[in-house]
Write a protein that binds this ligand. Structure first.
Ligand SMILES: [Mn+2]
Length: 464
């Protein structure tokens, strides 16, 4: 094998080299582990795991290499824009695609050069369907170019919604054992669009290129808006109904020409988007991803905090295994809803029923699925099947989670109540959300019962 060394990963006392060469118009990516220390950018010839030739490449050779790859990428990206069956989103798709073409060029350049790529996704059905769709399109690209090595990608599931300074420091740590001609890349999807992410975002852009696809309302002063690679439908005249899973699937289409409708629909379903179509495939996948991301170890993941699209793919493509997990998720969810219904308290307020559920009556301590926040949306759905005029207050530990149907969200101004509560700084830690899904965090020492009572009174008043 021969080629130019485009990236080096240090593995203890040996090194993994990635070699890039060409056969006609096709890039050839190979890798080899050696004990020898060869500089980045060298041209090497290797036979029988021994170096036959190694010479420094001129900067001209390196820039030619980059030009060659870029022209292959340009050809690859020159495909018709994706059009959706959901005709009302085709305008925003067009706008998104224009931006994504630039990002896809960056992404593929990193991929072909073996630069390290970190992909962080929010730990729910939406975020993970986004990561999964990017993974599927990388598989597609690699199979198209007959590339057999594994890409240098680190998949990280993000439990909170902030890209913290600590996350940036963790990501930058890669530089300690990775060298590459191309700058490393961070890809973020489905979280982080708040000013709390500013310090992390600013730090990481020092040494990384960043692609950040989110759909949450952008907080004023968010640093990400300033850099290339940040894309949010809110900036293009659209909103959160375009899910992050959809954004990443569209990005995957721009990359590879393939999009998976089931994954897209799972992200719409998982995120309660108005574009969700429960008659089409996607329900099972949404449920599976919800359980997989709530409790990775239940799926046999080596880590209880992280599940990668590789692990997800291994299960999804093993039909028997997949269906058994889907059934487990269904059973656990139904069981939890049944328990909740049997233990729920009801309060009447004119035509509306306010339900109060103590989550500790629903789920055993050992089981992580379902998670309370996401479960409250599902429980409200089940309650609404019986009566449309239902409001849910679900509490667990120091948290109170509220779910208001879209039809009632104008009348019941939950965020206003939360703002009032927040003025009691020694009792209320934090709170927020949006008009139909919000939550409050109290302190251990706070009288939760009293707050629930107050909440009931205030909601009743607004309903009068
Ligand atoms: Mn989302």
């Amino acid at each position: 094998m021969e080629g130019i060394i485009t990236s080096i990963k240090v593995l203890g006392n040996s090194r993994k080299y990635m070699l890039l060469s060409f056969k006609k118009d096709t890039p050839i990516l190979q890798e080899i582990i050696l004990k020898e220390d060869i500089p980045l950018g060298n041209f090497v010839k290797i036979g029988n795991e021994k170096i036959i030739e190694s010479k420094e490449s001129s900067s001209k050779v390196i820039s030619e290499l980059k030009e060659n790859i870029t022209s292959i990428i340009d050809k690859e990206l020159n495909r018709p824009d994706y059009t959706s069956e959901i005709t009302e989103i085709n305008d925003v798709i067009k706008k998104l695609t224009q931006h994504m073409k630039k990002y896809a060029k960056t992404f593929l350049l990193k991929l072909f050069f073996g630069a390290p790529i970190i992909i962080r996704f929010h730990n729910d059905a939406d975020g993970s369907s986004g990561a999964y769709s990017v993974y599927l399109s990388i598989l597609e690209i690699f199979s198209k170019f007959k590339i057999e090595i594994k890409p240098n990608i680190t998949w990280l599931m993000q439990k909170n919604v902030v890209y913290e300074l600590g996350d940036a420091i963790f990501d930058k740590n890669l530089e300690n054992y990775f060298m590459s001609i191309e700058k490393p890349l961070l890809y973020i999807t489905d979280f982080g669009t708040s000013i709390q992410s500013n310090r992390g975002a600013e730090k990481i852009t020092e040494t990384f290129d960043v692609i950040w696809l989110d759909h949450h309302p952008i907080e004023k002063g968010f640093f990400g808006e300033k850099f290339n690679g940040y894309l949010n439908p809110w900036n293009l005249g659209s909103d959160s109904e375009i899910t992050a899973g959809f954004l990443s699937s569209l990005f995957g289409y721009v990359l590879s020409g393939k999009i998976n409708d089931e994954v897209v629909n799972a992200s719409f379903i998982g995120d309660y988007s108005k574009y969700a179509d429960i008659k089409k495939p996607g329900n099972d996948l949404a449920l599976f991803l919800d359980m997989a991301t709530s409790d990775p170890s239940a799926l046999g993941s080596y880590s209880s905090k992280n599940i990668t699209p590789i692990e997800l793919h291994n299960i999804i493509t093993d039909k028997e295994k997949y269906l058994s997990f889907v059934n487990t998720a269904k059973m656990k969810l139904e069981d939890a809803i049944e328990k909740a219904k049997n233990n729920i308290k009801k309060y009447k307020a004119s035509e509306t029923t306010i339900f109060v559920c103590d989550f500790s009556t629903v789920k055993s301590r050992e089981s992580k699925y379902p998670l309370p926040g996401r479960f409250s949306s599902k429980l409200l759905d089940a309650l609404m099947a019986e009566s449309k005029n239902s409001i849910l207050i679900l509490h667990f530990g120091v948290y109170i989670s509220l779910r208001i149907p879209k039809e009632l969200a104008e009348k019941v101004q939950i965020l206003k109540i939360i703002e009032e509560f927040k003025s009691n700084q020694d009792e209320v830690d934090s709170g927020g959300g949006h008009a139909s899904a919000a939550s409050i965090k109290l302190y251990e020492s706070t009288d939760k019962k009293a707050y629930i009572k107050l909440l009931l009174e205030k909601i009743k008043k607004q309903l009068e």
